[in-house]
Design a protein around this ligand. Structure first.
Ligand code: SF4
Length: 462
């Protein structure tokens, strides 16, 4: 490995403050002390995965080392691949899903849901000691297998090739088939003809005013029952309604914490975190990185710390005074958070993920029906005009100055919805909007066109 740049390091003065924080406690009762986390984040992690500690104006960990909860959050996300490997080794069914969907049934049935981005990172990090360029190249090589075996006409982040090459041990392919992602439906069907036969189970989700139809919720509830039964069979475990309801309650707590955090952030006089930290904290409302109990603890600690920053009007590191506030739409793709901050902007919100965090599941009655009712109500999945109206409300609430709708090359549903959502938001709120298609290159350094368009948009908003 050729080391081209210095790696990110936490300054020594952060250590004593971090050591005063609590152990990170996982669902099985395992505790990781601040000392263990510190050792990983300063020695083991940079040694095993230098590319994740690589730093530039476009990529890398947040430089806000005053935000102490960030150390634990970064540890939690970097070590998820080790937890997935260990879980699979212990017979826990690791289930392939798509991003932006509820995770309760998977966890309640004793499985772990993994979305394409996580599978991608898992496969990349199986090879250790790679610098940033080497990891990029490895991802591109893996993607090329998918291009050859399937087509270049799809984004390929559905990671067909990783699963079919047997790089990571997936026990079941069982995503929701909803409007968020076109590649998932396509990729899942392709697995029927792949060399490796992995059980498939599609959680079908009706579209077109589905929230107003009783049969739609009943149909999704039946799909969810099949799903938990299948995961239970694979893990040799009986799944009760009580398991599902307990999981719903835990995820409702996470969603409420994330909403409280965002409300606090949106109402602050100055942005209390930079864009990297803000989106990282928000994301934990929906994503649990293999352990919802630990994810909830990190959300709580982040919320409490940010609350103090807001009270004392402390601004996130790297944010200009009075930055241009951007709301981002679209699946699986963002502008570079660091780049936005360096241009005098800040990302205030993101519809993907926030949509699921916005809807609680009722905690009485049949848990499957209540979960299904929430799933068919997600704003991201509504007819496009209604999705646009909901997005406009979020733009107003977050006091955004502009909206960027991004989509990947080959992301067929989102590319179709982009202009209409952006137009509805412009009409309803009067703010400028732009749609940007991102080329499907892995490297953040290779996204010049996207970076320039974001830069020009921020300049225009100024
Ligand atoms: S970019 Fe679009 S099509 Fe590709 S995985 Fe993400 S949501 Fe699916």
């Amino acid at each position: 490995m050729t080391r081209t740049k210095e790696l990110f390091q936490y300054p020594e003065e952060v250590r004593s403050r971090f050591f005063e924080t609590d152990d990170l406690v996982f669902r099985d009762g395992r505790r990781v002390t601040p000392g263990d986390i510190w050792d990983f984040m300063t020695e083991e992690g940079p040694r095993r995965h230098p590319h994740l500690f690589s730093d530039s104006r476009y990529h890398g960990l947040s430089k806000d080392t005053n935000l102490i909860s960030g150390v634990k959050r970064n540890y939690f996300s970097i070590t998820v691949h080790d937890r997935l490997t260990e879980a699979a080794r212990n017979g826990v069914p690791v289930v392939f899903i798509q991003g932006g969907q509820t995770h309760e049934p998977y966890y309640a049935a004793g499985g772990i849901p993994t979305r394409p981005g996580m599978v991608n990172g898992w496969a990349t990090n199986l090879k250790e000691n790679q610098d940033y360029q080497e990891a990029d190249f490895r991802r591109l090589q893996i993607r090329e297998i998918g291009r050859q075996e399937l087509t270049v006409e799809a984004c390929q982040t559905a990671k067909y090739e990783i699963i079919q090459e047997g790089m990571v041990p997936i026990a079941l392919i069982a995503p929701y088939l909803c409007l968020r992602c076109s590649d998932i439906a396509y990729g899942v069907e392709a697995h029927r003809h792949g060399n490796i036969k992995i059980p498939l189970l599609l959680v079908d989700s009706p579209v077109n005013h589905q929230r107003d139809k009783k049969w739609a919720a009943e149909y999704v509830a039946d799909n969810l029952r099949r799903l938990t039964q299948k995961i239970g069979e694979l893990g040799n475990r009986e799944v009760t309604d009580e398991d599902i309801m307990n999981e719903i309650k835990l995820h409702n707590q996470k969603r409420r914490l994330a909403r409280d955090y965002v409300k606090l952030w949106w109402g602050a006089k100055v942005p209390p975190t930079n864009s990297t930290d803000h989106t990282g904290i928000m994301q934990l409302g929906n994503e649990s990185n293999s352990d919802p109990v630990a994810a909830k603890q990190i959300l709580e600690e982040s919320y409490n710390e940010v609350k103090d920053s807001v009270k004392n009007s402390i601004k996130g590191e790297g944010i200009e005074d009075d930055p241009v506030r951007l709301f981002i739409c679209g699946s699986c793709v963002n502008p570079s958070m660091k780049h936005v901050d360096s241009l005098g902007g800040v990302v205030v919100g993101k519809d993907d993920g926030w949509s699921e965090v916005s809807v609680d599941v009722e905690e009485t009655g049949d848990p499957y029906e209540k979960l299904a009712k929430a799933i068919v109500s997600f704003p991201y999945e509504l007819p496009t005009e209604e999705r646009g109206l909901w997005t406009a409300e979020q733009v107003v609430r977050s006091n955004a100055d502009g909206l960027i709708f991004m989509h990947q090359w080959g992301c067929n549903y989102q590319s179709g919805a982009a202009r209409m959502v952006a137009d509805v938001v412009r009409e309803e709120t009067g703010i400028p909007t732009i749609t940007i298609e991102r080329a499907m290159a892995e490297s953040r350094e290779g996204h010049e066109q996207m970076h320039s368009r974001v830069e020009i948009f921020i300049e225009m908003l100024r």
